[in-house]
Design a protein around this ligand. Structure first.
Ligand SMILES: CC(C)(COP(=O)(O)OP(=O)(O)OC[C@H]1O[C@@H](n2cnc3c(N)ncnc32)[C@H](O)[C@@H]1OP(=O)(O)O)[C@@H](O)C(=O)NCCC(=O)NCCS
Length: 205
């Protein structure tokens, strides 16, 4: 696996030491993103998590370093289908380093690698409707929504009077006492990517 350079970030293959460092990451203020707080503190859990992400023919994970060489996020693809040339993106950043442009930079750098070096055709992802920051970031990188469905929310005990939940109430449905939330499927294909790049390069000259 290669080293991928963005404007501000560098992506290198994920190592076990990087995962141990994630213990230093912050926590999201909103309970809606609690699923993305790094949950492990015991060595054996960290090793197990790392082994689940370790490169195989069907997955590939990178750690994202910022300008200060700090590990601020990870990005990976899973369900890699070599014949169909498709894969599914996953990305999670240290909550202390979100909303600073690093996610967009990391995805843009990865898209170049995915389409030009790996010669893949389609990158897919799924995102919760309430995760507006992630959706905005993906749209900026050229992903488009193509499907929406309802899924059971991961935390059935969430406080529904919490301000973050209330703000995003329209992204949730309560059915027979169970909480569901809207999920979008998004994708970008190589053609869209090349057209976007061409447009950006044209505007630079
Ligand atoms: C999703 C994630 C990777 C994005 O990376 P990031 O570095 O935070 O994103 P960026 O700063 O590059 O871009 C965020 C954009 O969303 C915008 N944004 C932030 N909050 C927003 C909101 N509530 N509504 C709409 N847009 C919002 C920002 O203004 C920025 O757009 P702009 O450049 O046009 O101003 C990162 O936030 C993260 O790890 N979140 C927690 C885990 C997660 O949600 N992973 C994705 C699961 S599908």
């Amino acid at each position: 696996m290669d080293i991928i350079k963005g404007n501000k970030v560098i992506l290198t293959p994920l190592k076990l030491d990087d995962v141990f460092f994630m213990k230093n990451w912050g926590k999201h203020e909103t309970p809606l993103l609690s699923d993305y707080n790094f949950p492990y503190f015991h060595d054996e859990d960290i090793i197990e998590w790392y082994n689940s992400k370790k490169n195989s023919r069907r997955r590939m994970y990178f750690i994202v370093h910022n300008e200060e060489k700090r590990a601020i996020g990870y990005l990976g693809i899973k369900s890699i289908k070599r014949i169909k040339k498709e894969a599914t993106l996953g990305i999670v950043f240290d909550p202390n380093y979100i909303n600073k442009g690093y996610g967009t930079d990391a995805i843009n750098a990865f898209l170049d690698y995915f389409f030009n070096t790996m010669k893949m055709r389609v990158l897919l992802l799924e995102v919760a409707g309430f995760n507006k920051r992630a959706i905005r970031c993906y749209e900026k990188c050229g992903f488009v929504k193509y499907k929406q469905y309802l899924d059971k929310y991961h935390d059935q005990n969430i406080d529904r009077n919490n301000k973050y939940f209330k703000n995003e109430e329209n992204n949730f449905v309560i059915k027979r006492g169970k909480i569901y939330n809207f999920i979008y499927r998004m994708k970008i294909d190589n053609k869209t990517y090349y057209e976007m790049r061409e447009e950006i390069d044209k505007n630079k000259t």
